[in-house]
Design a binder for this molecule. Structure first.
Ligand code: URA
Ligand code: SF4
Length: 190
């Protein structure tokens, strides 16, 4: 199995799909590499592409402030990355072919981290990591198993920016995530 340095180097040079042509930076992922909790989004947007870090735009700021309410901090107790590591042009959804090309990197990250809990941010990640017919409006907040991990999905922060009426449901999901962390994680809240 790869180690982090080698994996990150391969990713930084990757030309497995055509998103490599338009990227500024590969957005590999950030946070605690020994985390018990992992968040997975869809793909980098403009700010992420420019800065090389996931979820640093307006959506990312909303996410960080919501996660701070349940004592989660990317510097301290979780890891965050995306299904595809390079920005899709005009922020379109990543194509299935692009997701297929990039997914092995995420699988290696999951193998290295071995999280107890995975939280999908939005439909695209949930369809990849939970099940292909995942319905975010009906199934957000529900728990599934993925290997040794518990896995759930919440609305994507961009959806919460577009439609603030979804926020109360997301706060309820976050409280459930906090409860699950207390139940199955040892170091996250210590
Ligand atoms: N949206 C995502 O899905 N991921 C990011 O990193 C930023 C915005
Ligand atoms: Fe490689 Fe993934 Fe970037 Fe495509 S999106 S070039 S597979 S790192």
């Amino acid at each position: 199995m790869a180690d982090w340095t080698e994996l990150e180097r391969r990713c930084a040079q990757c030309k497995r799909c055509s998103l490599c042509d338009s990227r500024t930076n590969v957005v590999f992922g950030t946070g605690l590499r020994s985390a018990e909790v992992m968040f997975v989004g869809e793909g980098p947007g403009e700010n992420e592409d420019l800065q090389g870090e996931p979820f640093v735009g307006r959506g990312g700021q909303l996410l960080d402030s919501m996660l701070s309410l349940i004592d989660l901090d990317r510097k301290r107790n979780f890891y965050i990355t995306n299904i595809v590591k390079c920005r899709p042009p005009q922020n379109r959804d990543p194509l299935n072919t692009e997701q297929d090309a990039c997914f092995p990197y995420l699988e290696e990250q999951i193998s290295l981290i071995r999280p107890r809990i995975i939280v999908c941010l939005g439909r695209v990640a949930a369809m990849r990591l939970i099940k292909p017919d995942f319905k975010i409006t009906q199934e957000h907040g529900q728990w599934f198993r993925r290997g040794d991990a518990y896995i759930t999905a919440i609305y994507h922060p961009a959806a919460l920016l577009r439609d603030p009426t979804k926020r109360p449901e997301t706060f309820a999901d976050l409280r459930a995530i906090r409860a699950k962390i207390r139940e199955v994680c040892e170091s996250t809240y210590r």
